[in-house]
Each structure stands twice: as structure tokens, then as C-alpha cells.
Write a protein that binds this ligand. Sequence first.
Ligand SMILES: [Zn+2]
Ligand SMILES: [Zn+2]
Length: 166
Amino acid sequence: MELTYDCPDCRTVNDVRSVESVPEVRCRSCGAEHAIRREAWDDQGLRACPWCATEDLYVQKDFPQGLGLFIVVVGFAVATVFWYYENPIPTYLVLLASALIDMVLYYRVPNVTICYRCLSQFRGPGSNPPGRFVHFDLAVGERYRQERIRIEQLRESQTPTNSPPL
Ligand SMILES: [Zn+2]
Ligand SMILES: [Zn+2]
């Protein structure tokens, strides 16, 4: 299983292969170390985030969010040209083709599992045990987003430049 995470200290994106077999991970930029939680796995695979131990994880298709929409828009644009020149058969074929490409992509592209709290990403065998994680839930996502904002504010208020003079 592969882990992708943002280093909390320097914001560098790190990729760790076979994260289930390492006791800790190390940021390739600033060297910050972080322990990996063994209890994040059970027999079936991932059950919690090995980085922050949160059990709220969600799955989504592992391709750029806009790609599916892009294919539909391009298909529609091409179809409009055929329609303009009064070629109904190519028009329908283009629309059908773009819908098919979208569908094939959807089923072929693997899932990525993402932690609501720390936004770490997990890919590969065991990262999405059947029936365990569902798609992004706006309410849960918002709760964790607010938490991240609070942590960020707390961190800023603790930096030496903002602290009151002694
Ligand atoms: Zn770092
Ligand atoms: Zn996490």
C-alpha cells in the first residue's frame, strides 16, 4: 500500500511505498519523522488512517476531478459542430462515444482512499476493503475542515512574532 502525505512541518508531498511494513516515515525535505500506527490495519486491510489514527476515511476515483467533465464538454462541443452542419448520425455517435469513454474511465480507474482529518492518501492492495469506506460526505468533510482551520489559527497565534512582549 502506498501512502501520500503532506509534511505538516514543511508542506512537502511525500510518497511512501509499502507503508504497512515501516515503523515510521521521514519527510524527504525537512527530515521530520512520524510514527505509523500499526493498529490502522486489520485482516481485511486498512481500517483507519495510519498517520493520524482517524477512522473517518473516504474513497474517490483516482483521476483529476475535472477530467470526466472535460470529456463530456469536448464531446458536446464536437457534437454541436456536427449538429450545425445537419449531420444527426455523427452528432449522436460523438455524444455516445464521449459517454462511453467516461463510463470506461470510471470503471477502469482505481480508487484512492483519503483521510478526512489529515488528507493522507492511500493506494494499492488493502487500501479499500470491500464495503468499508464510502464516498465523501460533505457534513463530515466540513467538520474536519473547520478543525484544520482552528489548528492553523492556533499555530499562527503561537508563532514568536505574534506573541505579546514579555
Ligand atoms: Zn517536511
Ligand atoms: Zn489521517
